[in-house]
Design a protein around this ligand. Structure first.
Ligand code: SF4
Length: 280
């Protein structure tokens, strides 16, 4: 697959709430917390969801205590379930399909997440053999996303996650190694699942580190150089990324970035939007 095609696929995996029947505001089970002040059972619409599937408090979610809603991102799964799987039929007009639609949504979310990682990996300069394997995985995931509701609900997604994860690790190692060879000095680059909660990393050169699954909650990474860092599954809640360079950080998601702090000087990868709450 051409790198440009992969880039376009990665960029296209973004939520389009106008084409969705408010699935994240209805399908999910949410327990009251500092990010969402009320308990909401799965399949029950949020009290702020309007009849047109818009959010009544969209403009001041954070002020009202619904910070979690400004962080969540479905990577486009909501509009695909609404418009492709259920062919534009809404759960409000067709209550008999509601339960199934709400069950399909988290399945589609996982498929979209895997597609996003596979497409991103394919957008890098990687060996042809690795690229071929990733292309096959991506095509398979794309075909799953077109399955009907019954087929989607019968999937065992672990069967897809394991082989994909192996390929993503291989991609990460290859890309980071290419940079590590050019960096002076010896460093420990493997910090997978590190507990760096609140760690002071301001202005540090952290290029090419493996931070897969690391706990970076409230870490101070202001003005840090985070190029080619593997962030897959890392917890970046309230990490301070003001002025940081994440332009070529790997396997970041919009949700991770939405949950962190940043500003207009933070440099982001091409497929990530600058969060509205960073600017205002
Ligand atoms: S507060 Fe708004 S965005 Fe959040 S779940 Fe409710 S309707 Fe959706």
């Amino acid at each position: 697959m051409y790198k440009e095609t992969a880039k376009n696929i990665r960029e296209s995996l973004t939520a389009d709430c106008m084409k969705c029947f408010g699935l994240c505001c209805t399908a999910l089970h949410i327990v009251a917390s500092s990010d969402f002040p009320i308990n909401k059972p799965a399949g029950t619409p949020c009290i702020h969801l309007q009849s047109d599937y818009g959010c009544q408090i969209h403009g001041n979610l954070r002020e009202k205590g619904f910070k979690g809603c400004t962080v969540f991102d479905c990577l486009g799964a909501g509009q695909v379930v609404s418009q492709v799987t259920f062919k534009g039929r809404s759960w409000r007009d067709n209550p008999e399909i509601g339960d199934k639609m709400f069950q399909v949504f988290p399945v589609m979310e996982q498929i979209h997440e895997m597609m996003a990682y596979a497409a991103e990996a394919l957008s890098y300069d990687i060996p042809p053999a690795l690229s071929d394997k990733l292309s096959m995985q991506l095509k398979e995931l794309q075909s799953l996303s077109k399955f009907d509701a019954e087929q989607l609900l019968s999937l065992d997604l672990v069967m897809y996650r394991f082989p994909l994860n192996k390929l993503l690790m291989e991609t990460s190692k290859y890309i980071r190694k290419s940079l590590i060879e050019k960096l002076p000095g010896t460093k420990n680059y493997n910090h997978e699942r590190a507990d760096w909660i609140g760690k002071k990393l301001r202005g540090k050169d952290l290029r090419a580190l493996d931070l897969r699954g690391a706990y970076l909650i409230s870490a101070d990474m202001r003005n840090a150089d985070l190029r080619c860092v593997d962030f897959i599954g890392a917890d970046l809640r309230d990490a301070d990324l003001r002025g940081a360079n994440l332009s070529t950080s790997m396997f970041l998601t919009q949700m991770q970035i939405n949950s962190a702090k940043g500003d207009v000087k933070t440099t982001l990868p091409y497929y990530i939007q600058r969060p509205f709450h960073w600017i205002n």
